[in-house]
Design a protein around this ligand. Structure first.
Ligand code: MLT
Length: 270
């Protein structure tokens, strides 16, 4: 893992392999390690960049982030700053899961010239409803005192397919550990940012790069049927359902996810 000085933080990231740049953007409240299996597989043929977003993993939040929030657009801006700092001029394959997908929409909207292709994993295009928004703000206010464990407790039951809980408890445990160790300030900042994120449904038809929409069969947060409507709205988008997985496809069924990603990226080269 390396660190690079950006305008708002010292950003930690993995940079592995050579070739087509592939940016792997993690979900909430996680870090780049949710992509470990993908980094290992894709780095054989691509240059894989996997950051810890501002406030997550080894990347500290900026002063005031917890109170102000970090918008999905601001996270996308951080990523462009990272690519510029690494002198990556070639447009990237942006792969984002859940909150990483929310950031992906903003990257596509604002920095489309830097986008070669988009992979939207287990994510949503709609904004929060009033109840969800209020819940996030309440948690953001509580987390400094109560600790990130309250978010881990709330999220864990929704993240995995039942078969993952039953047969792969070590995966549940590893993700739980990451959630619990995410700094409360980063949790609060992202919660406020997600609460304020816009509905991008009307933007989807204007996405004009190759797009893959990928979802776990049993995703309880961004259900497969909802992701199908996202795929249908994006011209030419491919839609892949990962059997037996819930929301955390990349760790629950890494072989199937790697296969889908590799096939999609290989096609971009031909
Ligand atoms: C995620 O996995 O990033 C979260 O489920 C996103 C969210 O809370 O909306």
């Amino acid at each position: 893992m390396k660190t690079i000085r950006l305008s708002k933080t010292d950003l930690a990231y993995v940079d592995a392999g050579q070739g087509t740049p592939v940016l792997l953007v993690h979900g909430f409240p996680l870090d780049h390690t949710m992509w470990d299996a993908q980094i290992a597989a894709l780095a054989a043929t691509s240059r894989v960049i996997a950051p810890d977003l501002r406030g997550f993993g080894k990347t500290p939040p900026a002063p005031g982030d917890a109170e102000r929030g970090i918008s999905m657009e601001a996270f996308a801006d951080d990523l462009v700053e990272l690519l510029d700092a690494l002198a990556i001029r070639e447009p990237v394959v942006f792969v984002g899961l859940s909150m990483g997908g929310y950031i992906g929409w903003q990257f596509a909207r604002k920095h489309g010239g830097k986008l070669r292709a988009l992979v939207a994993c287990d994510t949503r295009a709609i904004a929060d409803n009033d109840e969800a928004r209020a819940g996030r703000i309440k948690t953001a206010e509580k987390v400094a005192e109560a600790g990130s464990v309250i978010v881990a407790d709330a999220m864990e039951p929704k993240l995995f397919a039942q078969s993952t809980f039953d047969k792969k408890p070590e995966i549940v445990g590893a993700i739980r550990k990451v959630m619990e160790s995410t700094p409360p300030a980063g949790v609060a900042a992202a919660l406020r940012g997600m609460a304020a994120r816009p509905d991008v449904t009307n933007f989807l038809p204007s996405i004009n790069v190759p797009t893959l929409v990928l979802v776990g069969e049993h995703d309880a947060i961004s259900p497969a049927a909802e992701m199908k409507t996202i795929a249908d709205a994006i011209p030419g988008a491919e839609y892949v359902v990962i059997p037996r997985a819930g929301h955390m496809t990349t760790v629950e069924e890494p072989v199937a996810v790697n296969e889908a990603l590799s096939q999609f990226i290989d096609k971009l080269r031909s």
